[in-house]
Design a binder for this molecule. Structure first.
Ligand SMILES: Nc1ncnc2c1ncn2[C@@H]1O[C@H](COP(=O)(O)OP(=O)(O)O)[C@@H](O)[C@H]1O
Ligand SMILES: [Mg+2]
Length: 208
Protein backbone atom coordinates (compact mmCIF):
# COMPACT_ATOMS: atom_id res chain seq x y z
CA UNK A 1 0.00 0.00 0.00
CA UNK A 2 1.28 3.46 -0.85
CA UNK A 3 1.74 5.82 2.11
CA UNK A 4 -1.66 7.16 3.00
CA UNK A 5 -1.84 9.97 5.52
CA UNK A 6 -4.58 10.32 8.13
CA UNK A 7 -4.74 13.54 10.15
CA UNK A 8 -6.70 13.37 13.40
CA UNK A 9 -7.88 16.86 14.26
CA UNK A 10 -10.29 18.51 16.67
CA UNK A 11 -10.14 21.84 18.44
CA UNK A 12 -11.63 20.43 21.60
CA UNK A 13 -9.14 18.75 23.91
CA UNK A 14 -10.11 15.39 25.32
CA UNK A 15 -12.24 14.45 22.33
CA UNK A 16 -10.20 11.35 21.60
CA UNK A 17 -7.61 12.36 18.99
CA UNK A 18 -4.76 10.51 20.62
CA UNK A 19 -6.98 7.54 21.51
CA UNK A 20 -8.08 7.17 17.90
CA UNK A 21 -4.58 7.70 16.49
CA UNK A 22 -3.12 5.04 18.77
CA UNK A 23 -5.88 2.50 18.32
CA UNK A 24 -6.03 2.79 14.55
CA UNK A 25 -2.23 2.46 14.46
CA UNK A 26 -2.25 -0.72 16.53
CA UNK A 27 -5.14 -2.20 14.57
CA UNK A 28 -3.53 -1.50 11.19
CA UNK A 29 -0.18 -2.84 12.39
CA UNK A 30 -1.97 -5.99 13.56
CA UNK A 31 -3.12 -6.43 9.98
CA UNK A 32 0.43 -6.44 8.73
CA UNK A 33 0.54 -2.83 7.53
CA UNK A 34 3.53 -0.65 8.38
CA UNK A 35 2.38 2.33 10.41
CA UNK A 36 4.11 5.57 11.35
CA UNK A 37 2.72 7.86 14.03
CA UNK A 38 3.60 11.54 13.89
CA UNK A 39 2.92 13.65 16.98
CA UNK A 40 2.59 17.40 16.46
CA UNK A 41 1.01 18.04 19.86
CA UNK A 42 3.57 19.59 22.25
CA UNK A 43 1.69 17.93 25.12
CA UNK A 44 3.29 14.72 23.92
CA UNK A 45 0.75 12.18 25.16
CA UNK A 46 1.31 10.07 22.06
CA UNK A 47 5.03 9.98 22.92
CA UNK A 48 4.21 8.89 26.46
CA UNK A 49 2.08 6.09 25.06
CA UNK A 50 4.92 5.07 22.77
CA UNK A 51 7.46 4.99 25.61
CA UNK A 52 5.11 2.88 27.71
CA UNK A 53 4.73 0.59 24.74
CA UNK A 54 8.46 0.20 24.23
CA UNK A 55 8.94 -0.61 27.90
CA UNK A 56 6.20 -3.15 27.83
CA UNK A 57 6.79 -4.88 24.50
CA UNK A 58 10.38 -4.08 23.62
CA UNK A 59 9.56 -3.68 19.95
CA UNK A 60 6.73 -1.22 19.48
CA UNK A 61 5.65 -2.54 16.09
CA UNK A 62 4.89 0.98 14.90
CA UNK A 63 7.16 3.92 14.12
CA UNK A 64 6.96 7.12 16.11
CA UNK A 65 8.26 10.60 15.49
CA UNK A 66 7.42 14.15 16.48
CA UNK A 67 7.46 17.36 14.54
CA UNK A 68 6.52 21.00 14.89
CA UNK A 69 3.36 22.08 13.10
CA UNK A 70 5.44 23.38 10.22
CA UNK A 71 7.74 20.38 10.07
CA UNK A 72 4.84 18.11 9.12
CA UNK A 73 5.29 18.36 5.36
CA UNK A 74 8.95 17.41 5.51
CA UNK A 75 8.34 14.53 7.94
CA UNK A 76 5.40 13.23 5.95
CA UNK A 77 7.35 13.28 2.74
CA UNK A 78 9.85 10.91 4.36
CA UNK A 79 7.36 8.74 6.21
CA UNK A 80 5.09 8.21 3.20
CA UNK A 81 7.93 6.46 1.43
CA UNK A 82 8.38 3.76 4.04
CA UNK A 83 5.03 3.45 5.82
CA UNK A 84 1.76 2.15 4.44
CA UNK A 85 -0.11 4.47 6.76
CA UNK A 86 0.99 7.68 8.46
CA UNK A 87 -1.22 8.94 11.29
CA UNK A 88 -0.77 12.53 12.46
CA UNK A 89 -1.93 13.44 15.96
CA UNK A 90 -2.49 17.17 16.40
CA UNK A 91 -2.90 19.68 19.24
CA UNK A 92 -6.34 20.91 20.33
CA UNK A 93 -6.58 24.08 18.28
CA UNK A 94 -7.73 25.37 14.92
CA UNK A 95 -5.44 27.89 13.36
CA UNK A 96 -2.90 28.25 10.60
CA UNK A 97 -0.64 25.79 12.40
CA UNK A 98 -3.03 23.00 11.49
CA UNK A 99 -2.73 23.66 7.77
CA UNK A 100 0.40 21.62 7.03
CA UNK A 101 -1.17 18.53 8.61
CA UNK A 102 -4.40 19.07 6.67
CA UNK A 103 -2.49 19.57 3.44
CA UNK A 104 -0.68 16.29 3.83
CA UNK A 105 -3.80 14.35 4.72
CA UNK A 106 -5.51 11.90 2.40
CA UNK A 107 -8.20 11.63 5.05
CA UNK A 108 -9.09 13.91 7.96
CA UNK A 109 -10.69 12.25 10.97
CA UNK A 110 -12.50 14.47 13.45
CA UNK A 111 -13.41 12.79 16.73
CA UNK A 112 -16.45 14.24 18.43
CA UNK A 113 -17.10 13.15 21.97
CA UNK A 114 -20.76 12.72 22.58
CA UNK A 115 -21.77 16.23 23.63
CA UNK A 116 -23.01 19.39 22.04
CA UNK A 117 -20.00 21.31 23.30
CA UNK A 118 -17.77 19.01 21.31
CA UNK A 119 -19.95 19.36 18.30
CA UNK A 120 -19.82 23.16 18.42
CA UNK A 121 -16.05 22.95 18.52
CA UNK A 122 -16.12 20.99 15.27
CA UNK A 123 -17.30 23.68 12.86
CA UNK A 124 -13.98 25.53 12.79
CA UNK A 125 -12.06 22.39 11.98
CA UNK A 126 -14.50 21.42 9.25
CA UNK A 127 -14.18 24.88 7.67
CA UNK A 128 -10.42 24.67 7.65
CA UNK A 129 -10.42 21.17 6.18
CA UNK A 130 -12.92 22.20 3.50
CA UNK A 131 -10.72 25.11 2.52
CA UNK A 132 -7.98 22.57 1.89
CA UNK A 133 -10.52 20.50 -0.07
CA UNK A 134 -10.00 17.49 2.13
CA UNK A 135 -12.23 14.55 2.72
CA UNK A 136 -13.43 14.78 6.32
CA UNK A 137 -15.00 12.06 8.39
CA UNK A 138 -16.47 12.73 11.81
CA UNK A 139 -16.08 9.87 14.28
CA UNK A 140 -18.39 9.77 17.27
CA UNK A 141 -16.33 8.91 20.32
CA UNK A 142 -17.47 8.07 23.85
CA UNK A 143 -20.78 7.40 22.16
CA UNK A 144 -23.79 6.52 24.26
CA UNK A 145 -25.79 4.31 21.98
CA UNK A 146 -29.52 4.43 22.36
CA UNK A 147 -29.55 7.76 24.21
CA UNK A 148 -31.23 10.89 22.94
CA UNK A 149 -28.00 12.83 23.27
CA UNK A 150 -26.20 10.27 21.14
CA UNK A 151 -28.85 10.49 18.45
CA UNK A 152 -28.89 14.30 18.53
CA UNK A 153 -25.13 14.53 18.19
CA UNK A 154 -25.13 12.02 15.32
CA UNK A 155 -27.90 13.94 13.51
CA UNK A 156 -26.14 17.28 14.00
CA UNK A 157 -22.85 15.82 12.75
CA UNK A 158 -24.58 14.58 9.61
CA UNK A 159 -26.08 18.03 9.07
CA UNK A 160 -22.57 19.52 9.00
CA UNK A 161 -22.03 17.95 5.59
CA UNK A 162 -18.97 16.07 6.65
CA UNK A 163 -18.86 12.34 6.33
CA UNK A 164 -20.01 10.57 9.46
CA UNK A 165 -18.36 7.25 10.18
CA UNK A 166 -20.82 4.47 10.72
CA UNK A 167 -18.46 2.98 13.26
CA UNK A 168 -18.58 4.65 16.67
CA UNK A 169 -16.41 4.20 19.73
CA UNK A 170 -18.34 3.85 22.95
CA UNK A 171 -17.31 5.18 26.32
CA UNK A 172 -15.31 2.20 27.58
CA UNK A 173 -12.72 1.83 30.30
CA UNK A 174 -10.69 -0.32 27.90
CA UNK A 175 -9.89 2.73 25.75
CA UNK A 176 -8.61 4.72 28.73
CA UNK A 177 -6.76 1.82 30.36
CA UNK A 178 -4.90 0.65 27.29
CA UNK A 179 -3.69 4.17 26.51
CA UNK A 180 -1.76 4.22 29.79
CA UNK A 181 -0.43 0.72 29.18
CA UNK A 182 1.04 1.50 25.78
CA UNK A 183 -1.41 -0.82 24.09
CA UNK A 184 -4.35 -0.62 21.72
CA UNK A 185 -7.68 -2.28 22.49
CA UNK A 186 -7.11 -4.62 19.55
CA UNK A 187 -4.33 -6.23 21.60
CA UNK A 188 -6.55 -6.96 24.57
CA UNK A 189 -9.31 -9.43 25.30
CA UNK A 190 -11.88 -6.63 25.37
CA UNK A 191 -14.01 -7.86 22.53
CA UNK A 192 -16.56 -5.03 22.45
CA UNK A 193 -13.90 -2.34 22.17
CA UNK A 194 -12.01 -4.43 19.64
CA UNK A 195 -15.07 -4.82 17.46
CA UNK A 196 -15.54 -1.05 17.45
CA UNK A 197 -11.99 -0.12 16.48
CA UNK A 198 -11.88 -2.88 13.86
CA UNK A 199 -15.08 -1.55 12.31
CA UNK A 200 -13.57 1.93 12.19
CA UNK A 201 -10.34 0.59 10.67
CA UNK A 202 -12.39 -1.23 8.00
CA UNK A 203 -14.27 1.94 7.19
CA UNK A 204 -11.09 4.00 6.93
CA UNK A 205 -9.51 1.40 4.62
CA UNK A 206 -12.60 1.49 2.42
CA UNK A 207 -12.30 5.29 2.13
CA UNK A 208 -8.79 5.02 0.63
N1 LIG B 1 -14.02 6.00 23.90
C1 LIG B 1 -13.45 6.30 25.07
N2 LIG B 1 -13.83 5.66 26.20
C2 LIG B 1 -13.26 5.97 27.39
N3 LIG B 1 -12.31 6.89 27.57
C3 LIG B 1 -11.90 7.58 26.49
C4 LIG B 1 -12.43 7.31 25.19
N4 LIG B 1 -11.81 8.14 24.32
C5 LIG B 1 -10.94 8.86 25.03
N5 LIG B 1 -10.98 8.54 26.33
C6 LIG B 1 -10.18 9.13 27.42
O1 LIG B 1 -10.40 10.53 27.43
C7 LIG B 1 -9.20 11.23 27.66
C8 LIG B 1 -8.90 12.16 26.49
O2 LIG B 1 -8.69 11.38 25.30
P1 LIG B 1 -7.53 11.76 24.29
O3 LIG B 1 -7.50 10.70 23.25
O4 LIG B 1 -6.26 12.02 25.03
O5 LIG B 1 -8.11 13.12 23.69
P2 LIG B 1 -7.35 14.26 22.85
O6 LIG B 1 -6.13 13.65 22.25
O7 LIG B 1 -8.36 14.68 21.82
O8 LIG B 1 -7.06 15.36 23.82
C9 LIG B 1 -8.12 10.17 27.87
O9 LIG B 1 -7.97 9.96 29.24
C10 LIG B 1 -8.70 8.93 27.19
O10 LIG B 1 -8.23 7.75 27.77
MG1 LIG C 1 -4.12 14.21 22.36
Amino acid sequence: MAGKVIAVVQQKGGSGKTTIAVNLAVTFAGRGLSVALLDTDPQGSLGRWFMARRERLGAAGVEFSTSSAWGVSYECEKLRKTADIVIIDTPPKVDADLRPALREADLVLVPVASSHVDLWATEGVLDLARRERKRVTVVLNRARAGTRLGEEVAAAALAMEAGLAEAQLSNRVAFAETLGQGLGVDETGKSAARAEIRALADEVMALF
